[in-house]
Design a protein around this ligand. Sequence first.
Ligand code: AMP
Ligand code: MG
Length: 328
Amino acid sequence: MLCLGIEGTAHTCGIGIVNSRGKILANASRTYIPEHGGIHPREAARFHAANARLVLNEALKAAKIDIDDVDLVAFSRGPGLGPCLRTAATAARALASWLDVPIVSVNHCIAHVEIGRLTEGAKDPVTLYVSGGNTQVIAFDAGRYRVFGETLDIPVGNCLDVFAREVGIPHPGGPNVERLAREGKHYIPLPYVVKGMDLSFSGLMTEAVRKHRAGSNLRDLCFSLQETAFAALIEVTERAVAHTEKREVMLTGGVAANKRLREMLKLMAREHHAKFFVPPMELCADNGAMIGWTGVLAYRHGVRQKLKDTGVMQRWRTDQVDIPWRNR
Ligand code: AMP
Ligand code: MG
């Protein structure tokens, strides 16, 4: 069985082709980069519509298959930006009905976890999923992926990006903040906010921008911003590991590219005698292969959907999804 997975929650238009044994035959994508400021949802959706055919052709070519060989279509139903989700869903419905094959909708956050379990061999990890649009600590418990902690306001990637933009660090924000942080020498105190198991980054971002305007050294600020934000992420992930007694920790999402975050999480995992996993960056970032593979898992375990029941869900929560492919 070949599943074609369509990712379209935010800036990435991704199409992956995966077989029923989990072999990734193709993972093509194009990413929308705003000319200035953050992602404009309608602009991003237009980008998806304009690039879908190109990405589809690339995926088919890489997989060396014909469109008629596709047996199943999966798409990212949410969470994400409404216009982007609707564009990807429309493409998925059109393809499924034209090919006359089943369609399954996939939760984007769960797909990030599942692709890591597939390729890295993690069986039951506590996952720290950190990106421009999401920040969650996820672990499987009692039949579902539970959110052990999450941001109450902006995602950590967004915190880095907006800080960068406000202080004049060029795009891409996250990697450039990381580069400058390596040259930082002094820790400048910044608001460290953990509420119960949840996180908050907007006050941290605002204060870091304010300190820059007040004359603090930019390299020291980048260093301090990373140390503060990442320490909070590690604290919450560590408590999830201690509570669940799981022996695996996984890092994913675009911010997983950050070497300092990797180092901190790896140290924490070691202290808990847990194995540490990070998928390759093309699978940490938003991608179609993860949607295709999660579609395979769902379909193989009896998930069936009618076209009319595939409406997008902008705020679809990780813990709202039944996971028939995993044992309780
Ligand atoms: P995603 O939303 O998964 O596509 O990932 C994009 C996010 O990852 C953006 O917020 C980037 O700033 C962030 N990011 C990418 N590389 C790094 C890095 N080296 N350090 C920190 N953040 C990064
Ligand atoms: Mg993502």
